[in-house]
Design a protein. Structure first.
Length: 104
């Protein structure tokens, strides 16, 4: 059984026991989170596709920790004026472990 969920504007394909990194969630470490924006569920009884969400479906996950992603650097350059600038950014992320998928 797998599900496609939406969190932070991104979509993730998950199964029970998977570990995923999502955009930062404001929940303490060790607590349980219910992700109710489920777009697709596939199981033994077939595939359910939402319009846009599957009614009553939910994915439960446990928060393993909070961390920051790898640094992304970018470079601006303007020709003939000797202007250049290097910047970097690290996105805050939350590590989740998927515990259960409920079809609803």
């Amino acid at each position: 059984m797998f599900a496609i969920i939406r969190s932070g504007g991104k979509q993730y394909r998950v199964r029970e026991g998977d570990h995923i990194s999502v955009d930062s969630l404001d929940v303490p470490e060790g607590s349980e989170v219910t992700l109710d924006e489920v777009l697709v569920i596939e199981g033994d009884s077939g595939t359910s596709v939402g319009t846009p969400l599957v009614a009553g479906a939910a994915v439960k996950a446990t928060v393993e920790g909070h961390e920051r992603a790898k640094k992304v650097t970018y470079f601006h350059y303007k020709n003939k004026t000797r202007q250049k600038r290097t910047r970097g950014h690290r996105q805050h992320q939350t590590q989740l472990q998927i515990t259960s998928i409920a079809a609803g």
